[in-house]
Design a protein around this ligand. Sequence first.
Ligand code: SAH
Length: 506
Amino acid sequence: MNKRGKVYLVGAGPGDPGLITVKGLTCIKKAEVLVYDRLVNKRLLNFTPEACEKIYVGKKPDHHTLTQTEINCLLVEKALAGKKVVRLKGGDPFVFGRGGEEAEELQARGIPFEIVPGITSAVAVPAYAGIPVTYRDYASCFTVITGHEDPTKQESALDWEKLAGGGGTLIFLMGVGNLPEIIQKLLMQGRKPTTPAALISRGTGPEQQVVVGTLTDIVEKAQSAKISSPAVIVVGEVVTLREKLAWFEQKPLFGKRILVTRARAQASELSRCIEELGGEAWEFPLIEITEPLDFRPLDRAIDRLSDYDWLVFTSVNGVDAFFKRLRRQQKDIRALSGLKLCAVGPKTEKRLTEMWLQVDYVPEEYRAEAIAAGLQEKIQPGERVLLPQADLARSILADELQKMGAKVERVTAYSTVCTDNKADLLREMLAAGKIHYLTFTSSSTVRNFVQKIGTSQIKTLLQGVKVVSIGPVTSSTARSLGLTVDLEAKEFTIEGIIAALIADQS
Ligand code: SAH
């Protein structure tokens, strides 16, 4: 069958990945080919289907760029091959994005296309700096202008006199390189030297930097702050509102880059919390959850669940792995009838209650020693306890329960394996001082981290980096491996880590 291709010209928004539209994200999730630019947040690429071909057409490190004609050809070629092509562009595809040219080419070649507008940096970047582009008392219109045009050229496409003379807000994109000339031109054409102006670089992201001044001093201020591209230049009275309305930089973790070392499946929750608080989560999964080498012990336990009195889960992964296997055996929660349930920690409890299961015991403290002490009142000597765990889980909980006279059976429900990822990149980031915090959510993440980084350099690399641990067990592993633990969560959960990070900002 000759499948017909189609091209979606999609705006990715100005940087913050949350600023893509619902429709834009839906397109990415279905893309067979994704063609993207430099200003697109790379995290959006994670939403593509596994088989999607991702093609970068922005500037390469060697400065080679695909020409517009080459990009047009690429879109046409992929669409003619029957592919669903997403052409992802920073901001809005039709605001200085050459989206018009690409659509024209598709139209000329008879290729079906759709435009999915995006949130343009022209409006969103000032908004993240607390600058509304219009405001009743100050500006009733705004103009978005290319700052890329050489302002000294004779035949300007821009009417500088009108731009300078009009009362509205002026917003220049692509203007950092020409900043002195742009300001000069506005002054020459009569804009008041006291007019407020702002430069916002890398807006809507953790590296957002804002410089505020007037037409008289903004060039100098931008130079001394070393403002670099991409940046938006805003000229007009509305800039003064930033004093009251700046909000983004005030988020508790703004500007902080935090390494998240959980297993991939779980990394996202911690990352999401960090980002909600304005920080940048840098995911570096050190362990991956996989199936155990041998399912037989777990299968046998599932076969005779009625032999046990207690089923004790020590992690969300344990719950997931156990029920997945139960299902494999064509059983469901009815097989748990008569069993008492214990969940170590609120997340594990939540996972069980999501399945409409009533959890009989959740210890107040989430360490093996504390759980055993708490369970002492609940478990009668001689009761049988099933403990589905990770292959490398410590035996301390089982040991403690056994001491109390319980009959404990540990079965491996899942394995944690070291993932092979880019340790070099991480070392580079650490050496460049680009990481502010390391978070460790278990002893195994610490061990894997140290193994990956190598013990020889670790002291030097971690200078100025704060280590955050989820609790005393993880902390003591970290210390035994030569790390200094700067922060420890009071509650041994992701929220506990977040609380420790926030507390460290004051
Ligand atoms: N289509 C895009 C603009 C492309 S032109 C849009 O609608 O946003 C590229 C220019 O956009 C950059 O030179 C810069 O001026 C601006 N820009 C894009 N993203 C930005 C960001 N995160 N912070 C500051 N300026 C940004």
